[in-house]
Design a protein around this ligand. Sequence first.
Ligand code: ATP
Length: 253
Amino acid sequence: MTEIPKDHPRYESLLAREKVAAGVKMGITSIQGLIAQGRGESFDYLIGERSTKSALYAERAAVAALLLAKNPVISVNGNVAALAPDKVVALADVTGAKLEVNLFHRTETRVHLIIEQLKANGASEVLGKNPDATLELSHDRRLVDSRGIYSADVVLVPLEDGDRCEKLVEMGKTVITIDLNPFSRTSRTATISIVDNLTRALDNMIKLGVELKKERKEELVKLITTYENKRVLSEAISEIQENLKAMAAEVEY
Ligand code: ATP
């Protein structure tokens, strides 16, 4: 991995790029994952590379849902494994969620490498190697574990494709997504759409997990029953508009 100087103004973004590129070299991330990262980066620019108020509101509700779930599962793909293996393991620990590898561009080698990467970061069990159930989808993301995604009541699917998100919602699950694009099919179909960068979102959610674990159950239930996802999407779009206006004002002539 190329060393990025810490004082570089775009340090975080360049580091993330290096991590995804390293993931491709290690065989963890598919080559298409580079395109997904680039698209995410462009939306992060528009959002102002910060966790917005609406993102934090969605993150709080998401953590409450994970903590209250009977069988919470976090789905991991190649980009997540390259960018934040330590954070995804930490979030699973704090919320009591299972980890399951689920890939669009699935190969047995990639599944194995991702499981090893998560284990090297402290995971004890990772599902996904021997899928024994299927979702009604025509691509490899249909292959799931009956103890994991298939039977989960709450599932966190960071960097998801719209197709599977829709299917999981149809199955009656609470689906939490992390996707910087508020216009994607994923963001528009999820139960809780977190419009934030994966790394920032997971950091916030780990902290929230520690905090909300101390709350009474009724408080967590309230966070979910009062939660409005349409409001999150509409505010995320307004935040982009405001940010663009401010940037346009800077270059006005
Ligand atoms: P959809 O089917 O939901 O319309 P899509 O085809 O755009 O989505 P993919 O390319 O499968 O979706 O998924 C990548 C999505 O993840 C993109 O919307 C991109 O903005 C987002 N994304 C990529 N990298 C990150 C990241 N690091 N943090 C948050 N979001 C990201």
